[in-house]
Ligand binder design. Structure first.
Ligand code: FAD
Length: 347
């Protein structure tokens, strides 16, 4: 029923919109992120969520998405969290190195979201921890599930390593992942002896950093690497969070100068606690603007910081919408209430 309603809704729109939809089953309808952007005349709303901690139920995911459904998210990104290594003390006092994944389930959550809400889910796929063969198998699984959007990333170094180390026969940089997906979209899989392979249809997103990726020697070099990802076939860019819109506007101009013409989606995070003022720059290598820092310092407690964070994000969002950004992408980090408050003022 829901699917039929959606089909009618789409049929009433223009024919391009109709053509770009893929019907994967009686109940699932998928659209590429870029087609969502093309089909809309106004700024879209999208969110990013984290899988729950291992052992927790998927209910927490639904509880996070349900309150945001009234704003019709065009797509939901689900982050990928690779394994970490910890040392466990065993009988006899020796230490065993154990691999753990604290937040498994990215692909399952994407399938569950598409099934439950009939909105597009975008799994994040990373280089770290994957051989090329494993990446190929993961992409085949996604294709079978009717998931045709991916955000391709390198991933960070694991905590026990000082720099990113790819798997043997894995990818070094996100661009290598982009190239692999683009090859699969042409029907070219890894092993040459396989012929007549069905092409995949992935829409590819990549990350961009308005304040520079922390490993890049300078913004110019980072921009060249971003351009290379786009030239290799990335369809759109989602940015790292930023609290100063000026940084985003400058980044957009630099992209234009560099010849990057794909849509650029700003990523927004709502500040919710005093400790984030120190933690976010450390974790994400971004600046907190002086004005925001001064205002946070004046807050008595986290409740006040949260209200300030909401006001700040509303102001950021309204300015970005006015500037004509294609979509506002909210890093919900598992809490929907603050995003709901911002969205209700903006959409
Ligand atoms: P790349 O594009 O590969 O760039 C990495 C660094 O290498 C940059 O400094 C770049 O300038 C440089 N570089 C690129 N190409 C070359 C080259 N040929 N030679 C030399 N240097 C080069 N991480 C996760 O683990 N899971 C997630 O779900 C996740 N989601 C994210 C979502 C968004 C929107 C963003 C912005 C980041 C996300 N991350 C995630 C973090 C991301 O994995 C890290 O920021 C990582 O350090 C870089 O990833 P990238 O895809 O930008 O890497």
């Amino acid at each position: 029923m829901i699917c039929n309603a959606k089909i009618n809704e789409i049929k009433s729109g223009n024919s391009t919109f109709n053509r770009i939809c893929t019907f994967d089953s009686a109940y699932t309808l998928t659209m590429k992120v870029t087609d969502h952007l093309k089909a809309s005349k106004s700024t879209l709303f999208s969110i990013e969520i984290l899988p729950p901690l291992k052992g927790k139920s998927i209910t927490s995911i639904y509880e996070g998405i349900d309150p945001l459904m009234e704003f019709k998210p065009s797509f939901v990104d689900v982050t990928y969290h690779r394994e970490e290594y910890v040392y466990k003390k065993r009988d006899g006092g020796y230490l065993e190195k154990v691999s753990i994944r604290k937040r498994p389930g990215t692909v399952g959550i994407c399938a569950a979201i598409m099934n439950r809400y009939h909105i597009d889910a975008v799994p994040h796929i990373i280089c770290g921890g994957f051989t090329k063969e494993e990446t190929e198998s993961a992409l085949i699984d996604l294709q079978f599930l009717g998931i045709e959007n991916v955000l391709l990333l390198r991933g960070d170094a694991i905590k026990t390593e000082s720099a990113f180390v790819p798997e043997p026969n894995g990818h070094n940089y996100a661009i290598d992942l982009v190239k692999q997906v683009v090859e699969m979209n042409k029907g070219l899989y890894l092993h040459e002896d396989v012929v007549d392979m069905a092409p995949t249809h992935f829409c590819v997103g990549v990350a961009g950093y308005p304040e520079k990726h922390f490993e890049a020697p300078n913004l110019y070099a980072d921009m060249q690497f971003l351009k290379a990802k786009v030239d290799a076939g990335a369809d759109y860019i989602v940015t790292q969070m930023f609290f100063d819109n000026q940084k985003f506007f400058e980044f957009k101009s630099k992209c234009k100068e560099a010849g990057i013409n794909v849509p650029i989606i700003p990523g927004l995070k709502i500040l919710t606690s005093k400790k984030q003022i120190l933690a976010l720059p450390k974790l994400f290598h971004i600046d907190v603007p002086q004005d925001l820092f001064v205002e946070v310092e004046k807050c008595k407690d986290d409740k006040e910081v949260r209200e300030l964070g909401i006001r700040w994000c509303i102001q950021q969002s309204k300015e970005l919408v006015k500037a004509g950004v294609p979509c506002l992408h909210f890093y919900t980090m598992g809490t929907s209430e603050t995003t709901r408050r911002v969205a209700s003022e903006v959409f």
